[in-house]
Design a protein around this ligand. Sequence first.
Ligand code: ZN
Length: 343
Amino acid sequence: MANDLVIRALKAKAKSLNLSSRNITELSKDFAKLPEVRDLRVNNNRLVTLPLGLQCMRQLTELNLGNNAFEEMPPVLKYLHSLKKLHLFGNQISTLHAEVLENLPNLILLNLNHNKIKIIPPAIKSLSNLERFSIADNQLEEIPAELGLVSKLMEMNLSRNKLSEIPQELYKLTRLRKLSLARNGLRQLPEGIPGWKNLKMLDVAGNRLSMFPVNFHFLELEEFYFEENDLVRLELFTSAKVKDVFPLKELAARFIMKEHLNKLSRASLLLPDVQTMLSQSGRCAVCFEPFLTTWVECVQFISLRKDMGIKNSQNIPVRVLLCSYSCFNKSGHSYYSVVNAKP
Ligand SMILES: [Zn+2]
């Protein structure tokens, strides 16, 4: 039956071929004679491998291999350089071959949902045209920093994995509009969140977040899902009579940053260490003075409706950093210390 369709496609010089849901266990060798096909659907079958002859399909732009029994990305894919959309959802894939990823430069959509993938290789960065990446419901425990180099990404779904953190490099994905990190084990999101300047939808439901990163409320979100987390609540103390004791390095760094900013920018060109040091510095939310590695961690409660324009009556905790307890003890702000809220 499937072979009949292949032969018919052959005669008609068809541009698309649909062999989905036909209980196929193997593709015939006649595929090698179908170089004109651009859209091939063989999803919902029982394939475990693809014939090498498939490499003749140089014009193939869309390939649906979803819901089969592949245990790896079929190696023949590395010859299909024209591929733009590749569906591999619902298989048994545990390994992504770097060699395949490195040879799909035109891919704009990659769907790997519902597999057994534990590792995304650094070669993911080769997918320089990828706009939509979905790898939900796998076994990922970490994300490589190189995913932050897939600069055209607009939609990414990493939900239902085993992630406890994400790399800060993901904030380089400035075109990202939709991101789902739901149902992982995330304890916090790294600092630098304003990098996601085009993000409209964020789903972090079902994680272990206690608060959101500094300046979270400057995101221009339209949709935000955050239920089932361990968010801190507004039951914390508002002042602490603690005297500031800073390490000498911190005092020296603050002095330099405050008094010698112009000289420092010149020095930083010469000394990479100074540059690295400055990139880690922050500014106090009360006095706006710089600090280096010592701060007082606080939280402010942001109204989703008033401060972010999201249709939700809840408040969320957002991290705030102050330079000192003396700033914390000043009146006129509504920041709460979280010293007692940490486990
Ligand atoms: Zn301060």
